[in-house]
Design a protein around this ligand. Structure first.
Ligand code: FAD
Length: 514
């Protein structure tokens, strides 16, 4: 990665911006929108940053659209210029500049105001949601307003609906319902041709499936119809610990393939140490719980595995019935006896659990530092070897943040969508969610990026069947390899819906053409 670890965002490229103001700004001057256009350094500086904090790419202007019609006007106007590109920016939680547009236009989807509203249809159990709405707001509106909730989530909810649908959107519910892309039935999209279009499985279906997991390449999602189900009141949140990877994976796979299971199944790898972030202290769920080392077998290796599950229940359920279901499900598992932790909490608090992590990270100054995160889907075929080489060796001391790993089922993903997945029915999400110190040296971040590269190279050298999730590549050749036999379809979709390659230039898949 040609990584620019600057003092998080550098004020660069002023010469080329000045040059462009003569050309493309001329085009933008004719722009007639209800919303607003902002050339100011505050707005463009913000749009030049993302959560990753590794790349800094300034746009020419930031648009705050009033709705889908403004989005369409902006794209149509950009088509008049030979060079202008347009990037939708959700909440800017990408890692590698995917929502940026070098000297282009960034559309701030969160500012669609009234058009980001969440309309719940209680009878038909769906919500029509603006593309720039945050999932946290969808949760609050659906649960508090109507007792309903989407089926599939991400772990963290301050992400936009359009942003996660452009990737996939996965969490511990995806084994049952598929990623978020599998739980929407209709989209309103503005294509790279500047056309506002409604699409679904039965109407403009090619556009519908292109856009789902499409990395923003085919259209900007301005509205999505999200399927809902009755929301539970409460959740029993449980963690159990393993010293053996094969027992951990056997149990995780048993849970995701059984008819009777928990409502949420995830897992993570931790260092076999007392490190407060990477080790044993990361496991207990409440301050009155502690990790008793005496239960660990003598031959325990450098890392441990934690299976994290959750069961939904209602306030009317008899507590003894809830306990019985939990014991029955846990009774089939082979975790280390006594290394079991659990708490009961409201469904809302469970889904908002990472918000508390964010608050703590903000307080200690590590939320706004760079995050060279790496997300990979690794085929079940290769996950044991991945564990040996990567978790037990390269990452045995941890990444100063969660190292998630849990299985998913390919059959829950629609292969008409644009996402690239490994082969085989079962594959694992591996998410290395790295945090730095509050005032990191450039060398610290470079080391993290280098370790990510080492892990990817290890996967390639060992012939592992894997795909990057939230991918980042620099060259067309690498993108071609990433999409494999889906590349031809991806290119055809591009030529149909965004032939001039105006959209999402930060993904670096296609180059803007006339
Ligand atoms: P942005 O980063 O703003 O945009 C991402 C891409 O989508 C860009 O290419 C952009 O141009 C495009 N885009 C944005 N909005 C639209 C739109 N309306 N229409 C078309 N294209 C659009 N992911 C998971 O799957 N599961 C998780 O549990 C999870 N947890 C996360 C936790 C944190 C703290 C962070 C930082 C990220 C997490 N992610 C997770 C990753 C997240 O899903 C992606 O980074 C996603 O892209 C972020 O959404 P965003 O709204 O910030 O999008």
């Amino acid at each position: 990665l040609a990584c620019l670890v600057e003092r998080f965002v550098a004020e660069n490229d002023t010469d080329s911006i000045a040059e462009l103001e003569i050309t493309d700004d001329g085009v933008l001057k004719d722009l007639d929108i209800e919303g607003s256009i902002d050339y100011g350094t505050n707005a463009t500086g913000l749009a030049a940053k993302d959560f990753g904090g590794i790349y800094a790419v300034k746009p020419l202007a930031v648009i705050r659209p009033a709705g889908a019609d403004d989005v369409a006007r902006v794209i149509r106007q950009a088509l008049h210029s030979p060079t202008l590109t347009v990037a939708a920016r959700g909440n800017g939680h990408s890692i590698n500049g995917q929502a940026m547009a070098h000297n282009g236009i960034v559309i701030d989807m969160k500012s669609m105001g009234y058009n980001n509203r969440i309309d719940v249809n209680v009878t038909s159990m769906y919500a029509d949601v603006g593309g720039g709405a945050l999932w946290a707001d969808v949760l609050k509106r659906c649960v508090l307003g109507c007792g309903l909730a989407p089926k599939s989530w991400t772990d963290y909810l301050d992400l936009t609906v359009g942003g996660t649908l452009s990737n996939a959107g996965v969490s511990g519910q995806a084994f049952r319902y598929g990623p978020q892309t599998s739980t929407v039935t209709e989209l309103e999209v503005v294509t790279g041709n500047g056309e506002k279009t409604i699409c679904s499985n039965s109407q403009n279906s090619e556009l519908f499936y292109s856009v789902l997991g499409g990395l923003g390449q085919f259209g900007i999602i301005t509205r999505a119809r999200v399927l809902l189900q009755p929301a539970p009141d409460m959740v029993r949140w449980i963690r159990v610990v393993y010293s053996e990877f094969d027992e951990f994976t056997r149990d995780a796979e048993l849970l995701i393939t059984s008819k009777e299971s928990f409502n949420y199944v995830e897992g993570y790898v931790l260092a076999n140490s007392d490190d407060p972030i990477n080790g044993w202290p990361s496991v207990p769920l409440a301050s009155n719980q502690s990790f008793d080392l005496s239960h660990l077998p003598n031959n325990t290796g450098p890392v441990l595995y934690c299976l994290e599950v959750a069961l939904h229940y209602s306030n009317h359920d008899d507590p003894s019935t809830v306990n019985m279901v939990v014991e029955k499900l846990l009774g089939r598992l082979r975790y280390i006896e006594h290394l079991r932790f659990e708490i009961d909490l409201s469904y809302m608090n469970f889904l908002l659990r990472v918000k508390h992590v964010e608050q703590a990270a903000r307080a200690s100054g590590i939320w706004d530092t760079p995050h060279p995160w790496l997300n990979i889907f690794v085929s079940k075929r290769d996950i044991a070897a991945f564990n040996q080489i990567v978790f037990q060796n390269i990452l045995k001391h941890g990444v100063n943040g969660p190292m998630l790993t849990y299985p998913l089922l390919r059959s829950k993903w629609d292969n008409r969508s644009s996402v690239a997945l490994p082969q085989g029915e079962i594959f694992y999400l591996v998410a290395l969610l790295r945090f730095s110190h509050a005032h990191p040296q450039e060398s610290e971040i470079k080391q993290m990026v280098a370790q990510n590269q080492e892990i990817l190279q290890t996967c390639i050298n060992n012939g592992f069947d894997f795909k990057l999730y939230l991918p980042r590549y620099e060259s067309t050749v690498e993108w071609k390899t990433h999409f494999g036999d889906q590349w031809v379809r991806f290119v055809e979709r591009k030529s149909q819906f965004d032939p001039k390659a105006v959209l999402a230039p930060g993904q670096k898949i296609f180059t803007r053409n006339h």
